[in-house]
Design a protein. Structure first.
Length: 335
């Protein structure tokens, strides 16, 4: 699936989005009678949109539409003050009307503008390529869901005039884009996500240790992975990303079939990273599997919270709004 393709603009983009919404809600009548902003966050609908820029914009637009109906507005456009322009400031914030009157450059600032730096750290290992479809032919893999999430957060951050960067990893760092807010940064991040594919095995601890070299100032680090490693081994590496006062958000992505163990008949299953195979009889292992998965989720969540790390389990069959709320809450704490 190509995320970017040819970027549609204007009427073409609107038509692409309209077709996706109609396909997900049963035609024109279904689109009109949909669930409001929630449908913009549905992975089944997003999987039908052919480019990542439109997906990111769709998710963020739907999320903000929902915020307008919620007391947790989070995003402020209230004017705060003018301040003199200094070298390095974004010239797009200059108020040219004031310049015309005073012959001096002033920036128009709004409440909530803090130039937060955010790094999106995405696991691109082989296990992230898993998808069960769960009854939907267009079901997303964990990696596709993670890319949609990273793209949406980058779109959200850069539109807030924050600095956004990206790191993709498996056993090592595969791609890195320093955090910037300059023109073209969003497309640069989207292009990197578009061309990335799930690769080899995972070395979370080693890769996360390398991520620290990119964190030169206090920032928000968003870590997106399926975290197939013991919590005790994981947490040492994850806590390293907090050094320097960084805020850390952990998004734990699991497919619905991984959460519920959907096998109904005996099967030969293969480890996506090691290639090892195992014969599985569902009736013999289902209960133990569910117990071990829940223990892993509980342990990881508890250790994150005890270290003041925001932890969010995400079912890849569910909408993206929980993820965006978690990010927004972390950003507001830094405002």
């Amino acid at each position: 699936m190509s995320f970017l393709g040819r970027i549609p603009l204007g009427k073409e983009a609107a038509e692409s989005l309209r077709r996706a919404l109609n396909a997900g809600t049963g035609g024109e009548a279904g689109a009109a009678a949909g669930t409001g902003p929630q449908r913009f966050l549905d992975p089944m609908i997003l999987s039908r949109i052919a480019n990542l820029q439109l997906i990111a914009k769709t998710v963020v637009t739907g999320f903000l539409m929902g915020l307008h109906r919620s007391p947790q507005t989070g995003v402020s456009i209230e004017f705060a003050e003018y301040r003199p322009y200094t070298p390095g400031d974004d010239p797009r914030a200059i108020d040219w009307n004031v310049y015309a009157r005073t012959d001096r450059h002033y920036l128009k600032k709004y409440r909530g503008e803090t130039n937060t730096e955010i790094y999106l750290v995405v696991d691109a290992s082989a296990s992230m390529g898993y998808r069960s479809h769960n009854g939907h032919p267009a079901g997303l893999s964990k990696f596709e869901y993670g890319c949609f999430l990273a793209a949406s957060l980058a779109h959200f951050a850069i539109n807030q005039r924050d600095l956004a960067g990206l790191v993709l990893f498996d056993t090592e760092i595969r791609e890195s884009i320093p955090a910037r807010s300059r023109r073209g940064q969003l497309l640069r991040i989207l292009h990197a996500l578009d061309k990335a594919r799930p690769g080899r095995g995972t070395d979370l601890a080693g890769a996360l240790h390398q991520v620290r070299q990119f964190l030169h100032r206090r920032c928000i680090v968003v870590l997106i992975s399926d975290f197939y490693e013991t919590p005790d081994k994981l947490m040492g590496a994850i806590r390293e990303l907090q050094f320097g006062g960084n805020d850390l958000i952990v998004f734990h992505l699991l497919d619905p079939a991984e959460l519920e163990f959907s096998l109904e008949t005996p099967a030969l299953v293969e480890d996506a990273e090691s290639g090892e195979t195992m014969e599985v009889v569902p009736q013999a292992v289902a209960a133990q599997y569910r117990r071990l998965v829940q223990e892993h989720i509980t342990a990881l969540g508890q250790q994150c919270r005890s270290s003041h790390i925001d932890y969010q389990l995400l079912d890849t069959g569910r909408p993206l709004d929980y993820a965006l709320f978690t990010y927004l809450s972390a950003r507001q704490r830094r405002a």
